[in-house]
Ligand binder design. Structure first.
Ligand SMILES: NC(=O)c1ccc[n+]([C@@H]2O[C@H](COP(=O)([O-])OP(=O)(O)OC[C@H]3O[C@@H](n4cnc5c(N)ncnc54)[C@H](OP(=O)(O)O)[C@@H]3O)[C@@H](O)[C@H]2O)c1
Length: 313
């Protein structure tokens, strides 16, 4: 369960999720650190099963492991679930960060937690880390409360806010980018248009790029230059879901019928444009940005091609 042989030890909480898997791969391939992975429902032979809602279990685990750094990629990140189950959102997105932060504060670990651009209302982009948050939905509110809970429990901590993520998936529904694929493919089969939002602007960001950002932040921690406070990281291509769907159709060479919708249609309110200004990390030479078409092609290439009519050129 522990991989690597250097003295620097990292706990990765939420190694089974969309982002956690990319971070797990990056740390295994690019470092010699000891990496201890945790998961919950998807715990396997390479991870420890840990329910981060269990305060005593979290505390015992951190005291036993005595890590140098903890990366928290576990969360409830589905806005509709947070809206309908606020106690689950609080337990995972707020209380667990307080438990982790308090234990890490006692053992001396640095904690990096992942947050979201949804802490902003999307009316005045771009957003810098010290701009006033104003979340529009329960997910954004819980993530903002979690940022505060962590930073109140441990000063030696960093919150990395990220926008819409995509990357290698185990199921199309795992990311709000790849979740568009079935409707796009279906529109090419039965000619029923796929309706895509052209109102909200997103900055789709590739999880392997974020994994590099996290590895570089951990390297700074290892060399006693740990970053503290809130930082932002974002891809730099502004796209609506309509744009994203068009790119996916092109990459798949599908004759898809994609129609745009100019007004918000989600049941849960979402911000219009939360572009995150990433200057602080850029100035530290941290990060890599993969072009969306390149990243989504890599994701789609890892799946069997849809068997529908295709453009011939
Ligand atoms: N996805 C996005 O577009 C996006 C955008 C901005 C920010 N973020 C943030 O990025 C972080 C990672 O998101 P993600 O998309 O990778 O999420 P995800 O794919 O939904 O993964 C969630 C992780 O949380 C773990 N988890 C759930 N309940 C748990 C529990 N009770 N105890 C311990 N672990 C538990 C899951 O483990 P099991 O599956 O093993 O239960 C899984 O590893 C989150 O903080 C999210 O808010 C995500």
């Amino acid at each position: 369960m522990t991989i690597g042989n250097s003295d620097f030890k990292v706990i990765l909480i939420g190694a089974s999720g969309l982002l956690g898997r990319a971070v797990s791969s990056e740390l295994t391939e690019q470092t010699r650190w000891q990496v201890v992975r945790t998961a919950f429902r998807h715990a396997d032979a390479n991870s420890v099963k840990l329910d981060i809602r269990d305060k005593e279990a979290v505390r015992t685990f951190i005291f036993e492991q005595e890590p140098d750094a903890i990366v928290v990629a576990a969360a409830e990140r589905r806005p509709d679930v947070c809206e309908n189950d606020p106690s689950l959102a609080k337990a995972l997105n707020v209380d667990a960060l307080e438990f982790i932060g308090a234990a890490a504060n006692e053992t001396g670990a640095w904690v990096l937690s992942i947050s979201t651009d949804y802490v902003f209302d999307g009316t005045q982009p771009p957003y810098r880390p010290d701009d006033a948050p104003n979340p529009l939905n329960a997910y954004g509110r819980s993530k903002l409360d979690g940022e505060r809970a962590l930073m109140q429990s441990i000063a030696r901590s960093c919150v990395l806010r990220l926008p819409l993520l995509y990357g290698p998936v185990t199921d199309w529904s795992e990311s709000a980018v790849t979740s568009l694929v079935p409707a796009i493919v279906k529109s090419g089969v039965d000619n029923v248009p796929a309706i895509m939002d052209a109102w909200a602007t997103r900055y789709p960001t590739f999880t392997p790029d974020v994994a590099i950002v996290i590895r570089q932040l951990l390297e700074r921690c290892e060399s006693a230059k740990a970053v503290k406070g809130v930082v932002h990281w974002s891809g730099n291509e502004s796209m609506t879901k309509f744009d994203i769907a068009g790119c996916i159709a092109r990459v798949l060479r599908l004759d898809a019928k994609i129609h745009c919708q100019q007004t918000p249609a989600d049941a849960t309110p979402r911000p219009k444009d939360c572009h995150l200004a990433s200057a602080a990390l850029d100035n530290m030479d941290i990060g890599r940005r993969t072009a969306f078409e390149v990243g989504i092609r890599a994701v789609l290439d890892s799946w069997p091609k849809p068997t529908v009519s295709r453009q011939t050129t």
